[in-house]
Design a protein around this ligand. Structure first.
Ligand SMILES: [Cu+2]
Length: 159
């Protein structure tokens, strides 16, 4: 291998690692207007662990405009929301020990951040998943599609 080829190979390895890092770690923002900044999140099926960070970019307190980020199968969303409403803010608007919840952050207020890390073995490629906020009334707008495994890998040069 010449020096130039070696440098090229190293660069490709770096690009690959960066691509994976951006795919497996997601950041989403929520604000004082009851909105997420994204309506779709996608991760590659070869992410062993997925990390989602929710950042509340607003100023209002959690008891007024708190948000969380919850992931479930689309068919389970309304059941979890109803259970969360009954649980209340003290329990982060989440029904206790609910196996339908694949991942969930705590509720955050303005300026706060919460991160949740979970294993992708809980996910099935091609299934319909939705992320949403369980604060009462929020999920009518605060929801989006979570795509697992449909992302195309960046073209791999040299193969
Ligand atoms: Cu919310």
């Amino acid at each position: 291998m010449t020096k130039v080829q070696l440098a090229g190979a190293l660069a490709l390895m770096l690009v690959d690692r960066v691509a994976c890092a951006t795919t497996c770690n997601l950041t989403i923002e929520a604000n004082d207007m009851m909105q997420y900044n994204l309506h779709e999140l996608a991760v590659s099926a070869d992410c062993p662990d997925i990390e989602v960070t929710l950042r509340h970019s607003g100023k209002l307190q959690a008891k007024v405009m708190g948000h969380d980020w919850v992931l479930a199968r689309t068919s389970d969303v309304s059941g979890i929301i109803n259970g969360g409403m009954a649980a209340g803010l003290a329990h982060d608007f989440l029904p206790a020990n609910d196996r339908r919840i694949i991942a969930a952050t705590k509720v955050v207020g303005g300026g706060e951040t919460a991160t949740i890390k979970f294993n992708s073995s809980a996910l099935e490629e091609g299934a319909s998943y939705t992320f949403f906020c369980t604060a009462p009334g929020h999920a009518s707008v605060m929801r989006g599609r979570f795509v697992f495994g449909a992302t195309k890998r960046v073209a791999q040069a040299g193969k």
